[in-house]
Design a protein around this ligand. Sequence first.
Ligand SMILES: Cc1cc2nc3c(=O)[nH]c(=O)nc-3n(C[C@H](O)[C@H](O)[C@H](O)COP(=O)(O)OP(=O)(O)OC[C@H]3O[C@@H](n4cnc5c(N)ncnc54)[C@H](O)[C@@H]3O)c2cc1C
Length: 284
Amino acid sequence: MLGRCRRRVLVVDDGQPRNASALELHGFLTRDGTPPLELLRLGRDELDRYGVELRHGRVVTARGLKDPISFEITLETGAVFACRRLLLATGVKDEVPEVDGMRRYYGRGVHHCPYCDGWEARDKKLVAFGDPKHSAGLALNLLTWSSDVIVCTNGPGTVPARRAAQLRKKGVEVVKKVVQALVGSDGDDGRLQALVLEDGQRIDADAVFLAVDRHQHSELPFKLGCEIDEKGAVKVKGAQRTRVPGLYLAGDAAADVSFAVVAAAHGAKAAVAIHEDIEKEDLR
Ligand SMILES: Cc1cc2nc3c(=O)[nH]c(=O)nc-3n(C[C@H](O)[C@H](O)[C@H](O)COP(=O)(O)OP(=O)(O)OC[C@H]3O[C@@H](n4cnc5c(N)ncnc54)[C@H](O)[C@@H]3O)c2cc1C
């Protein structure tokens, strides 16, 4: 969008998108089922048309300057760039539990979001995995997609009484044993088949949904002085503006709802704000 506004744009990305392991991206209108890295490739192909420059690399420092508003960013190679406005779309990182097999089936049987992957798991054997409170809430949520759901707390813990009563009412079992491994079929298209517990018991499972914490992928929002809300998201005002003049934030790093289509929409909103803010500055 900024390219279409004839702005000179540099995109710097070190290429670790959150959903890189997912087999397919869902819920992105017209791109439903596209592998995430393929969507990225399609997007990048379009940048060329508008002369947007793309660099692979990590931004290690960013410094905001006033009067006029501008930024200086430094890449890990030492390269320095100056810009009038800075848009961060640095994303978040999920705390994927250290359980044998978890990474292997991540994005292909191990998911986070029922809205993203619940449809494909409909009527299958599902596990809500995580601390007692959040996995219980997630399990109740998953009942929309399947009636065969269990909670796995991966160790002892107490499900809050109200949640425990709701789970009982819906016939959802709570397993409090430690999970030793996730197992399934081999190969590139290997599928999750079961959880193996510490005592050797095997619980059949087609999909595990994680109720785990996430944190900001980059320290740049903190270093630049952004405000963070109680959920760890960067606070933004209208049109993705942060409280730091000239700094905008798009995508999961600021999102309440973490969808690729929302991140893309944030980008479009931020682009309009950036373009108009520069326009106003130039008229003064
Ligand atoms: C397993 C999984 C499956 C998902 N499935 C879906 C789905 O089906 N549908 C859906 O809508 N959403 C899905 N999501 C959510 C989706 O991945 C995110 O909403 C989306 O990726 C957010 O885009 P983003 O640009 O904010 O962040 P990201 O895609 O995470 O991109 C952030 C980029 O910034 C880069 N970066 C960070 N810091 C720096 C730095 N200092 N210098 C340079 N580069 C930096 C990172 O390397 C990364 O490439 C899924 C997420 C996961 C984890």
